[in-house]
Design a protein around this ligand. Structure first.
Ligand code: FAD
Length: 432
């Protein structure tokens, strides 16, 4: 039986290469280049193409994908170990071909797409030539997708889409959008909604404005408020079977949530290193911060919480590789999703605090990271919804008890035990 926390030496060599490559070649780009999804930025494109070529040469491009899709078929566990490094940098995932939301969109295209859809949309996405967008949330409803009203009607051999979507990340740079719409209002939303592939240049795809997170101005904002107005796409642009949007969303979001968690481990480690460095550098009351017990407590708590979270993430990735089915590990994904914003927030808050005023300032990354932690508790569904999923899944493996006494009731247990061993005790007494 394999029960082992070691990385095989060949793969560790790849991880070491990735670590050095990200540190030396990619992380500095975060401070000089714009948004990785902006394929129109010629300077950024030239730099990233040459780095992507090195990654491809090393055989590490899009490696979570199967070989038939140009990847290495490494699976989620190895992707997890890679993302623990790539997540340090906003550019690194794109240089390695595993960036959100494109990785999730590629996954559903690979899984549910027709040959034509794969050729036209998946291949250039996998090649890093284009960006994509997942357009699901609406201004009036997000956590409860059964309330979505964006409608797609069949008119001859075309779907006609009308409605509004909100927080459609990267729509401004995307070549196509995957839009969730009601295609049959007469059945339950679980059977009456479909995913449609919409090329961005289609008339009627109108970006009302780009919304930023925190204080980002519209120039940098990347989450689009979109009005779909009489948008016509061919009938064959439905992804999977009509009515299967919820099933597809589950596939799409399972992977997406786990990948965010893997990259969050990278951010946590980076924060933790900054916290320790500060503790060992800053003088107070004639000694280093690191000598103070309340500082040591922050370091100990952070280390434990990061390790606990990391193990949960890697175990969930391992479970996926085992079952190859997101539905089978819904409970585990929900647990990861719930744990992520809390550990992220708590560790960043401690690091920020130990850095004093500098920690609050715009000269350190902590304020942005605190906001990123909050984002992790909302994007891909709020924490409460995932707690409900987790609890429901867990409760399926338990059952209630008849009668008033719970199964842990001690007098009842004692009585049952006495009955069970009555003969034995009687024999023992007889032998005395
Ligand atoms: C940075 C970022 C990127 C995003 N990218 C995308 C994207 O690319 N595509 C896309 O389609 N969407 C995207 N979203 C939207 C995201 O999926 C939604 O914000 C999320 O599903 C929550 O929906 P909502 O914002 O409408 O919140 P609401 O549904 O209004 O929920 C608000 C709050 O109500 C409470 N609540 C809701 N339901 C329950 C419940 N059942 N039990 C208890 N409390 C509850 C929670 O506290 C919740 O936070 C993104 C969001 C962010 C922040």
């Amino acid at each position: 039986m394999a029960w082992d926390f070691e990385t095989e030496p060949e793969f560790q060599r790849e991880l070491d290469w990735i670590d050095a490559f990200v540190r030396d070649e990619i992380e500095p780009l975060d401070y000089v280049l714009g948004n990785p999804y902006d394929k129109g930025d010629a300077r950024a494109r030239a730099i990233s193409k040459s780095l992507q070529a090195k990654v491809k040469e090393r055989g590490l491009w899009a490696c979570h994908l199967g070989e038939e899709l140009g990847g290495q078929g490494y699976g989620q566990l190895k992707l997890g170990l890679m993302n623990e490094i790539l997540g340090r940098s906003s550019w690194a995932p794109s240089i390695f071909g595993c960036q959100a939301p494109d990785s999730g969109n590629a996954e559903i295209l690979a899984h549910y797409g027709t040959e034509q859809q794969k050729q036209r949309y998946l291949q250039p996405l996998l090649d890093g030539e284009i960006a994509s967008c997942y357009s699901m949330t609406e201004p009036h409803a997000g956590a409860d997708p059964t309330l979505f009203t964006t409608r797609a009607r069949l008119d001859g051999d075309q779907w006609v889409i009308d409605g509004e979507k909100w927080f459609s990340s990267n729509a401004r740079w995307a070549s196509f959008l995957i839009v969730m719409a009601v295609t049959d209002p007469d059945v339950s939303p679980y059977e009456g909604m479909s995913m449609l592939i919409v090329p961005s240049e289609t008339p009627g795809v109108n970006i009302v404005r780009n919304v930023g997170v925190g204080v980002e101005g519209e120039d940098h904002a990347s989450h689009a408020y979109i009005r779909y107005e009489n948008v016509r796409v061919p009938k064959d642009h439905v992804l999977g079977k009509p009515g299967s949007a919820f099933v597809i969303a589950q596939t799409r979001l399972g992977g997406g949530r786990l990948h965010h968690a893997m990259r969050t481990v990278a951010q946590l480690r980076k924060t933790f290193d900054m916290m320790c460095e500060r503790a060992l550098s800053r003088e107070v009351n004639g000694g280093k911060l690191a000598t103070l017990q309340m500082v040591q407590e922050k370091i100990a708590d952070s280390w434990i919480e990061i390790e606990q979270f990391r193990l949960l993430v890697l175990r969930t990735a391992w479970l996926f590789d085992r079952y190859k089915d997101w539905k089978k590990i819904r409970k585990d994904i929900a647990a990861v999703k719930v744990a992520m914003p809390k550990v992220y927030h708590d560790v960043v808050q401690r690091a920020m605090h130990l850095h004093g005023a500098l920690g609050m300032s715009n000269e350190m990354p902590f304020a942005g990271m605190l906001l990123a932690a909050e984002v992790m508790g909302i994007a891909d569904g709020p924490t409460e919804v995932h707690k409900i999923t987790l609890a429901k899944q867990v409760l399926r493996d338990h059952k209630g008890v008849d009668g008033i006494w719970p199964s842990g009731h001690l007098p009842t247990k004692r009585e049952a035990a006495r009955e069970r061993f009555a003969d034995l005790f009687e024999q023992e007494i007889g032998n005395l």
